[in-house]
Design a protein around this ligand. Structure first.
Ligand code: HEC
Length: 97
């Protein structure tokens, strides 16, 4: 019985951790974006009629390029991906995602 309780407790706390981790990736992307990416352009750069980004993969390339060239930071794949997902979700809404 005691072992069972410990196992249950472990599995519960483990799933809570997974949820918290998933949420924090989104919260983190938004926070990083708001802090580092809003100095030069506002959201109109994504929504203007002739915006240059037309797919999720080109969005990721642009996000990485802006991080590197404009913000002067070398972002890892995970951060590029989560900020791209955030921008896609908020503005671009590409059909495949
Ligand atoms: C130093 C200024 C500067 C900063 C800081 C900056 N950008 Fe940019 N960004 C630009 C310029 C300039 C363009 C090109 C605008 C144009 O084509 O008129 C651009 C364009 C973009 C586009 C393409 C918009 C489109 O669909 O046409 C995306 C996406 C983008 N930036 C994302 C980011 C992200 C993410 C960050 C934070 C890592 C960031 N930018 C930070 C200057 C900046």
């Amino acid at each position: 019985m005691k072992i069972y309780k410990v196992a249950l407790l472990f599995s519960l706390s483990n799933s809570t951790f997974l949820f918290a981790d998933k949420d924090s990736a989104v919260v983190n992307a938004k926070a990083v974006y708001n802090e580092k990416c809003t100095k030069c352009h506002t959201s109109t750069v994504y929504t203007r009629e002739d915006h240059t980004i037309t797919s999720f993969s080109s969005l990721k390339i642009r996000v990485k390029a802006c991080a590197k060239n404009a913000v002067k930071e070398d972002w890892n794949e995970e951060l590029v991906d989560s900020v791209s997902k955030y921008l896609d979700h908020e503005y671009y809404k590409f059909p495949s995602n």
